[in-house]
Write a protein that binds this ligand. Structure first.
Ligand code: FRU
Length: 497
């Protein structure tokens, strides 16, 4: 609590609400203070201290990449949300910038500046975001006052949409006059389009389409897709439409999961032919950025998997996923791989051409780390499963096994990840391709993050909180038969700050 109170004061000293100048050094001090926390990721973007949720307003502007995020400077809990801001020259190393958007005491965003996106409006960087006030969610707009995107001018006419659509009727809840928020904006043939996430009375979540000629005056068109509440949730947050040329992808976050729909979007309607989860673990509300060379990079919020008191004790909450490059495979399926830029972070390497595992064998790898990338090709041969255990103490009291089984499943078992009762202990899993082909695996371990990429298709991110200083071991074992691990590499990864 004391740590956190200090964090609060340090932020508040320079906080825009106090009228004093903003100063990025404060963030440096906050980061330093939290630097000894072994659960704190070093190569995933984190808030300087306090609370972070969704990525927002991703844009490449004036030669730099900007990542804004939902941020509460007052503490590690979700309240009075601002837009935090980090910038990068290379998509790998990041620098804290001052808070970009602050709730206006008299504005429609008084209770929070919620999620939104950034667009280039003929040379004017512009963000659309959701303002919260009392029980209302109100779309707002702001334009950058400088090329570093440090200062933003909110439109005097905010909110830009005041009336909720009635066809279909937007869901009312005890908390909200209408579940209606988050923005995905693009331009096509001179017309602006916008999706807003919503819930529908008597139905499920929906992505509602609007049209505009000037980003300010919006005309409602109807849902491009509406979900079935039993399978896709009652409310869709943070919808995003991504164009892969012939095919399109829409993803939404439904309080539990990030569900993506692949198919074709045309003239206000989305025709779905595939559907899956973007990640099967602790990953939410992603947003994407186009790079200059035409790639789509997606970041998601990695929420904590420890209770509120654990987050208060830590003084910070939330991290960003690694940037993931999304593309379509020849068979039309979705590929997700870590942005190739991330290889920049690789330091010391430990490599093997091949490791053969007999049934019951455990191979302890000679690396001790809580901040590494592991890449391997796994063949089960006649084993029932291969277990890669990370963050393992020598006596095995704390360990996080990542188990790949012949049932074509990868499971991250958190039951022994931490002896801290504040930490979640359930198992998270996903299906991968059939077991008779080798599995290509990339695992990123970073403080309390375990981010798994399988076959550059499926992702599972888990948050874990080992307490023991010596929970840094890595081992491999095979169950019920032999297995082969080929081209196994482990790299220490540097910090991105
Ligand atoms: C998703 C979300 C958004 C909202 C924001 C508030 O995590 O609930 O729908 O805009 O976070 O912080």
């Amino acid at each position: 609590l004391i740590e956190n109170a200090l964090g609060f004061l340090a932020t508040d000293e320079r906080h825009p609400l106090t009228g004093r100048p903003k100063d990025v050094d404060t963030f440096g001090q906050l980061r330093e203070r939290l630097g000894d926390d072994p659960s704190r990721p070093s190569y995933h973007v984190t808030p300087p201290a306090n609370w972070l949720n969704d990525p927002n307003g991703l844009i490449h502007w004036n030669g730099r990449y900007h990542l804004f995020y939902q941020y509460n400077p007052a503490g590690p809990f979700h309240n009075t949300i601002h837009w935090g801001h980090a910038v990068s020259d290379d998509l790998v190393h990041w620098e804290d910038r001052p808070v970009a958007l602050t709730p206006s005491p008299d504005g429609p965003d008084r209770d929070g500046c919620w999620s939104g996106c950034a667009v280039d409006n003929d040379g004017v960087p512009t963000v659309l975001y959701t303002g919260g006030r009392d029980k209302r969610q109100l779309p707002c707009i702001a334009t950058a006052a400088d090329d570093d995107l440090t200062t933003w001018d909110k439109d005097a006419d905010n909110p830009i949409i005041e009336e909720l659509p009635t066809e279909p009727e937007v869901l009312r809840t005890e908390d909200w006059e209408g579940e209606f928020r988050d923005h995905c904006v693009w331009r096509e043939d001179g017309t602006w389009y916008q999706l807003i996430g919503a819930g529908i009375e008597g139905g499920g979540g929906a992505a509602l389409l609007y049209e505009s000629s000037d980003l300010r005056d919006w005309e409602y068109q109807g849902p491009i897709l509406a979900g079935d509440r039993d399978t896709a949730g009652t409310v869709w947050e943070c919808p995003e439409l991504l164009d892969f040329g012939d095919r399109q992808l829409l993803h939404i976050s439904n309080y539990e999961d990030v569900v993506y729909f692949l198919g074709t979007y045309d003239d206000g309607e989305f025709d779905v032919d595939r559907r899956d989860k973007l990640d099967h673990g602790d990953f939410y509300a992603p947003q994407s950025m186009w790079t200059d060379d035409g790639r789509i990079l997606t970041w998601g919020w990695l929420p904590e998997a420890r209770d509120v008191s654990g987050q208060w004790d830590a003084g910070w909450s939330g991290a960003m996923s690694l940037p993931r490059e999304l593309s379509l495979a020849d068979d039309g399926g979705l590929c997700q791989r870590p942005a190739p830029e991330l290889t920049e972070l690789r330091g010391e390497n430990t490599g093997y051409d091949v490791v053969r595992l007999d049934p019951g064998d455990t191979e302890q790898l000679p690396v001790e780390s809580r901040s590494f990338e592991l890449r391997a090709t796994v063949r089960l041969e006649d084993a029932e499963a291969v277990e890669l255990s990370v963050l393992e103490s020598p006596d095995g009291e704390e360990r996080t096994p990542i188990r790949y089984s012949y049932e074509s499943e990868i499971a991250v078992d958190r039951s022994a990840s931490s002896i801290d009762p504040q930490a979640t202990g359930d198992t998270q899993s996903m299906r991968v391709q059939p077991y008779d082909a080798p599995l290509s695996l990339r695992v990123f371990v970073d403080g309390s993050v375990v981010e798994v990429f399988a076959n550059e298709r499926h992702c599972l991110t888990s948050r874990v909180y080992p307490t023991r200083e010596d929970a840094t071991g890595i081992s491999l074992s095979a169950d019920g038969g032999r297995a082969t691990i080929a081209s196994l590499d482990i790299w220490e990864l540097d910090s991105v700050w």
